[in-house]
Design a binder for this molecule. Structure first.
Ligand code: UT7
Length: 335
């Protein structure tokens, strides 16, 4: 039977490091507040005048992943691009990336799953592979948040947590009887909580979609009920982890490394404690990059691979929750 196998990973974080201290030039905040409440020490933001979009960060990450897989762009059957910060409203960043890779007809699709973009994207890739519609797929999760954050007191809860960056993964269908690849998945969404974390305007439900009044009212910036999202995360992340472990017939002790979405270090510490995970079996890098949303898990995975933390046959668990509300978990075993 065909299994979905990771052949190469890559990441790109912009070079500009924005430390917590820098945030206090725009709003009432402090290094202490940000680090204590979120674990973040710094994040990467693109240069203000660089005109770089999510597909540009994705392109650099993709080239690295393709090279590690030993593939040319022409080898791809499909591109899946997960982002909540597309370069332009439409067409999607996947199409822009396809062109930047020099491709002329390879299918490309965007998904809008925010913090669970990697989890949804991986399951979509797996379904394409197992149904025979594609065998070599490039998944990219990437965000340019920094151009869409309100640098004022009104937006300070959101602005301090987000960073720019992209991760890319080459996935291939491989015929094998070994128990490898994506071995259990569970995804959920609950639109009742859509307004707990959203960016409203410009919006097709409004006519006109954008007015000066909407800009003045701050409806063009993301809004978050952080406490509510926090509470939902610390209950649902352990629950869904149990679900995928049961589906796979495994326990948390069978997992070599857990990759939680990087939204808040306190969420991940609470999750770690609830699940009884040892310190060296959970990977966090939010301290350096902030929350890169669809980029966070693929960036972390690439870093862990580079650090040789995942030997052959390692079993890893990915888990996350975010805007939608969407949440999910999956277990993957390396070849
Ligand atoms: O990846 C997408 C999913 N998102 C998440 O998972 C985010 C989940 N939520 C969180 O990470 C946290 O709720 C935040 C980091 C966003 C906020 O931390 P918190 O401990 O929940 O703070 P809070 O919202 O309860 O606010 C506490 C205080 C408030 O002041 P008062 O009302 O007590 O006077 C806020 O106005 O902290 C204030 N505050 C800030 N102070 C300094 C909010 N943001 C800031 C800030 N700097 N940046």
């Amino acid at each position: 039977m065909k299994k979905t196998i990771i052949r190469g990973t890559g990441r790109y974080l912009p070079e500009r490091v924005v430390k917590n201290q820098e945030m206090s030039q725009w709003m009432d905040t402090s290094d202490e507040w940000i680090e204590q409440r979120t674990g973040i020490q710094e994040r990467r933001w693109i240069d203000e005048d660089s005109k770089v979009g999510a597909s540009d960060l994705g392109l650099i990450a993709s080239r690295i992943a393709l090279e590690r897989a030993g593939w040319q762009p022409e080898d791809l059957d499909l591109i899946i691009f997960a982002t909540l910060s597309p370069d332009i409203n439409f067409p999607g960043s996947g199409c822009l990336l396809q062109s930047k890779l020099g491709l002329k007809s390879t299918p490309a699709l965007d998904i809008r799953q925010q913090c669970t973009g990697f989890l949804y994207g991986l399951q979509i890739a797996d379904a394409y592979i197992k149904s025979g519609h594609a065998n070599r797929i490039l998944f990219v999760g990437g965000e340019v948040h920094s151009t869409g954050l309100e640098r004022a007191n009104r937006g300070r809860d959101v602005t301090v947590i987000f960073g720019d960056g992209a991760g890319a993964i080459c996935l291939e269908g491989v015929e094998t009887d070994e128990d490898v690849g994506l071995i259990a998945t569970s995804l959920h969404a609950q639109g009742d909580y859509a307004e707990s974390l959203m960016l409203e305007a410009p919006a097709s439900r409004l006519s006109p979609r954008l007015t000066h009044e909407m800009i003045d009212d701050g409806r063009v910036w993301p809004k978050m009920d952080g406490r509510n999202i926090f509470k939902l995360a610390i209950t649902r992340l352990p629950e869904i982890t149990q679900t995928v472990l049961s589906k796979a017939g495994l326990t948390i002790n069978d997992i070599d490394m857990v990759f939680p979405h990087q939204a808040n270090l306190r969420i991940n510490q609470s999750y770690q404690k609830a699940m009884g995970i040892a310190d060296d079996k959970i990977f966090n890098n939010i301290q350096k990059y902030g929350n890169t949303t669809a980029g966070s898990i693929p960036i972390a995975l690439d870093e862990a691979i580079e650090k040789n933390l995942l030997p052959e046959k390692s079993t890893v668990l990915f888990v996350g929750l975010g805007a939608g509300l969407t949440w999910g978990a999956m277990i993957y075993r390396f070849l």
